[in-house]
Design a protein around this ligand. Structure first.
Ligand code: DLZ
Ligand code: SF4
Length: 510
């Protein structure tokens, strides 16, 4: 049987289900750079360059092993412009008996592929993506009958199933979660180790020129591109993280320092999500560092929870709830994205720093995403669809399966509490505690009202008061609402009018 095997840009794994039974004498692998994937949202230039270069290196490694690859470049004159168009062209050129593909990570493409068999008049075998640790079937079974989903219990089940940081049935150290020891504010004078860096080779240089030429009007910078683009390089990033950053990962997990975009984070999400690293190898590498005595349990457990717990959890939830999840808007937020999300041109220094860094690197860490950008979007009532699209565009690790639960469920409470037990709303004090951004800000984080007050402070109260009907009964917000109710009426009115003034200013500025 002659088989055409389509490999997508985020499926760069040699153990991909659609490659395991490949017959090098008969089969053809198809990989295609296409404008439809580049522009269904207009991805950050660095993200496109990373994926194209990683795709080209992956195709080369297949070819070096004697596998026939049809690689379609974006600037091939007869490039069809879409994945379906490239599949049709490959069928015409190669005449396969069937098509094999691993299920795509995004609903829009899965939905399209479901129609390919009829469209091409050929058997299309869409195989479950086995590169995750919890299958979609197992997730659906776990979620069955639950009104809301909480990651913690899901995570414990996976710890048991994969025997990660376990002593028999018990978690190592006696506790499942060591976050009480994590999340310290940044200390002055921290010597954050420099991140891994790879000078572009000839393949990457060619891709950078292509992206510069074809995607000139996309958001983001290419200068200084130094991401890993092969599995070997990605493994090097992982090793360097385990050796140099993991020991302090937990302690400074939530800390933000101006001019230190990378902190003690791992920066491997882009490699995991495109298939250059596998979650289980990353988990085992961190676990081994604990057993060797190289990293403390609070760091290792916190890191593993992100991958074994959170990553698997959001992916399961996405597929369980799509396509309805894309429409979720519990708080009926409709404000368009302010322009400064694309320029970084705002007086709010925490936002400016996070956005400018995102523009330059296509990267920001979890707390910048959730508690600065996400928190602002929540408090300002920005449309969940617009915010989802922005996150999908700007981050190199972003695919809809991971963005949507994090944005709609976690940051914006758009699913009404299915994923999170309360909205992650915070005033300026939180950002001031976890960062040094406020020192260089035109606003004063300690002021609660008036022109110079930190906008997060009054937006916070304005948000809670505006949504009292929907959030007032949330037990986790009870104390906060009581604090507001005890405030003098003029203070309450002041917060609301400051918030209205600020939001009207946003609307005017566009
Ligand atoms: C993100 C992306 C981009 C920018 N370009 C391509 C491409 O040209 N060809 C391709 O096969 N995949 C690309 N991708 C990744 C896909 O968008 C991704 O496979 C789907 O969104 C499913 O997760
Ligand atoms: Fe952000 Fe407010 Fe601090 Fe300025 S004062 S950096 S707006 S938290």
């Amino acid at each position: 049987m002659k088989t055409l095997r389509l490999v997508l840009g985020d499926q760069l794994s040699r153990d991909l289900p659609s490659l395991t039974d490949l017959d090098p004498d008969k089969d053809l692998v198809l990989m295609a750079e296409v404008m439809s994937e580049v522009t269904y949202v207009k991805h950050h230039k660095r993200k496109i360059a990373y994926l194209f270069s990683a795709m080209r290196h992956f195709a080369k490694s297949l070819g070096d092993d004697g596998i026939a690859v049809r690689f379609r470049r974006l600037d091939d004159v007869d490039n069809a412009g879409s994945l379906a168009g490239e599949v049709a062209a490959a069928i015409a050129a190669f005449g396969p008996d069937q098509i094999v593909v691993t299920a795509p990570g995004e609903y829009r493409l899965a939905d399209e592929m479901a129609g390919w068999q009829a469209r091409f008049g050929l058997a299309v075998d869409i195989r479950a993506d086995s590169r995750f640790l919890c299958s979609l079937g197992d997730f659906a079974e776990w979620a069955e009958g639950r009104k809301s989903l909480r990651m913690e219990f899901f995570y414990r089940d996976l710890r048991r199933r994969y025997q990660v940081l376990m002593e028999g049935d018990e978690p190592i150290g006696g506790k499942w979660n060591y976050d009480a020891d994590n999340r310290q504010p940044p200390k002055a004078g921290l010597a954050v180790p420099p991140p891994s860096s790879f000078a572009p080779d000839a393949i990457t240089a060619e891709v950078l020129a292509l992206v510069e030429a074809r995607c000139a009007d996309h958001f983001g910078q290419l200068a200084g591109f130094d991401f890993a683009v092969t599995r070997d390089q990605a493994l090097h990033v992982l090793d360097q993280f385990i050796a140099e950053r993991l020991p302090l990962f937990g302690t400074y997990q939530d800390a933000m320092i101006e001019g230190e975009p990378w902190m003690y984070h791992s920066h491997i999400g882009l490699y995991l999500n495109a298939g250059l690293l596998s979650p289980i190898e990353v988990i085992r590498a961190a676990e081994a560092a604990y057993h060797r005595g190289d990293s403390p349990l609070n760091a290792v457990e916190g890191f593993i929870r992100q991958i074994l717990g959170w990553r698997e959890f959001v992916r399961g939830l996405y597929w369980l709830k799509m396509p309805a999840y894309a429409e979720a808007n519990f708080l009926q937020a409709t404000r368009p994205l302010p322009d400064f999300f694309w320029t970084g041109n705002t007086d709010m220094n925490c936002l400016a720093q996070s956005i400018q860094q995102t523009d330059a690197l296509s990267y920001a860490h979890h707390i910048q995403r959730l508690m600065v950008l996400g928190n602002f979007a929540l408090l300002a009532g920005l449309s969940p669809q617009a915010v989802n699209e922005w996150f999908l565009v700007v981050y190199v690790d972003a695919y809809e399966w991971v963005v949507m639960p994090n944005v709609s469920g976690m940051a914006l409470f758009a699913d009404g509490g299915y994923l999170a037990s309360k909205p992650y709303a915070a005033g300026g004090a939180y950002i001031n505690r976890m960062s040094n951004y406020c020192k260089n800000c035109r606003y004063k984080v300690t002021e609660k009202s008036g022109e110079d007050a930190c906008p997060f402070n009054y937006l916070y109260w304005g948000f809670l008061d505006r949504h009292r009907e929907k959030l007032g009964n949330n037990p986790r917000l009870g104390m906060i609402y009581r604090t507001f109710d005890k405030m003098a009426p003029e203070k309450q009115a002041g917060a609301n009018s400051d918030a209205s003034r600020f939001l009207a200013g946003l609307d005017k500025a566009g």
